[in-house]
Write a protein that binds this ligand. Structure first.
Ligand code: HEC
Length: 128
């Protein structure tokens, strides 16, 4: 059976679908290992366990996530906003170009809020 749609129109219709596919692809990215992301991008200021202490016990620049008294003062939305926008005139960098909104919230709930003193935030997959 021959289609009544001319061949070039079919090609155009096919091409017209590509942006939609791109959108779909963007909405389901491979899930990022946020603990690995933390181990690479955050520990210089927040420490391997989130306590803002270096391996030698020295105080690093970032917020101590393992101090419940401090952490109670922040809502999840505030923590997410800091990761998104940065803070303290860039001493806390913005990560909005590298983490999606969903990833930022997951970072808050699954990594930052769960930090425990002395417990290394180990990646799900070993960092290569
Ligand atoms: C170059 C240092 C640096 C790096 C890298 C860094 N931070 Fe921070 N972060 C800071 C500083 C400094 C503060 C505290 C700002 C203050 O005292 O007001 C902070 C605060 C925070 C807070 C506390 C919320 C708040 O409003 O103070 C969160 C949550 C946070 N950082 C998450 C992260 C995450 C997640 C990463 C990695 C993706 C990261 N930070 C990387 C320096 C850093």
């Amino acid at each position: 059976m021959t289609s009544s749609i001319p061949k070039h129109s079919r090609t155009i219709m096919l091409l017209a679908c590509l942006p939609a596919l791109a959108v779909l692809a963007r909405e389901e990215p491979a899930k990022k290992d946020l603990r690995a992301f933390f181990a690479i991008n955050c520990i210089v200021c927040h420490g391997a366990d989130g306590s803002a202490r270096g391996a030698d016990g020295s105080r690093l620049k970032g917020q101590d996530f393992t101090n419940p008294k401090d952490m109670k003062g922040f809502t999840d939305a505030e923590l997410a906003k800091t990761i998104r926008k940065g803070k303290a005139f860039g001493r806390m960098p913005s990560f909005k170009d590298r983490l999606s909104e969903a990833e930022i919230m997951e970072m808050v709930l699954q990594v930052v809020r769960k930090a425990e003193k002395g417990k290394t935030i180990a990646p799900e997959e070993p960092v290569k």
